[in-house]
Design a protein around this ligand. Structure first.
Ligand code: GRF
Length: 212
């Protein structure tokens, strides 16, 4: 329970496959007292992913859970294990933070409209992988990041928050991605803050944000 707001802490389960800088931004927002939430578990499909180390460093339950044999899918057996672990830890919201597998029906219906993803582009432009490179190759002048609800499509769910990043003439894929990540680290905690405060609702696909 948060003493200032009287609202219970939002319980977040994080899934990630990589370095976990977005997870870190959520950990930092909680530690700074700007996000009324608790990360109850971090699960990774990559055994040595740095996201696990980050979580453990902060005393958060962190577990590698194999999702083999496929590279991009979470097959039924693995999906069940993931759901069971998230439930066991009381996750109310599932945050995908660089999780490189497609979420299927089972998990979508268990956490209906409570799975969030962050995408490194201004959706619906440049869905899929290496979106910063797609934006650069396309010649876009602006790109950014999007926090959205996960649905059955790839990067197609209702948009919660977007932040814009200009593409500079001398950008490389690496420099552009790095600047997008700076905005991601603001956008993800902000989206979760809206949910934790009960200020986010949807009218069809359109996110409605209640004033603070
Ligand atoms: C981010 O760029 C995110 O937009 C994409 O995967 C990357 C994850 O980065 N979905 P990190 O592991 O959070 O640092």
């Amino acid at each position: 329970m948060n003493r200032k707001t009287n609202r219970p802490l939002l319980k977040i389960g994080v899934l990630g496959s990589g370095k976990g800088s977005n997870c870190q931004s959520i950990i930092d927002a909680i530690a700074a007292g700007t996000l009324n939430a608790e990360i109850v578990c971090v699960i990774s499909d990559v055994e040595n992913a740095f996201i696990l180390e980050r979580a453990r460093k902060h005393g958060i339950f962190a577990q590698f859970m194999s999702a083999a044999p496929f590279k991009t899918k979470l097959e039924a057996d693995a999906e069940k294990k993931y759901i069971d672990t998230l439930k066991l830890h009381g996750a109310e919201v599932v945050v995908l933070a660089g999780f490189m597998r497609i979420i299927k029906k089972g998990m979508l219906s268990t956490f209906s409209r409570r799975i969030l993803n962050i995408h490194p582009a201004l959706l619906p432009a440049f869905p899929g992988v290496e979106s910063w490179k797609q934006a650069l190759d396309y010649g876009a002048k602006f790109t950014g990041c999007t926090v959205h609800l996960v649905d059955e499509g790839t990067d197609t769910g209702p948009i919660i928050i977007q932040r814009v990043v200009p593409v500079l003439d001398n950008d490389t894929p690496e420099t552009l991605h790095a600047r997008i990540q700076v905005e991601e680290h603001i956008a993800y905690p902000e989206a979760l803050r809206l949910i934790a405060a009960g200020r986010l609702s949807f009218d069809g696909r359109r996110a409605k944000i209640e004033m603070d």
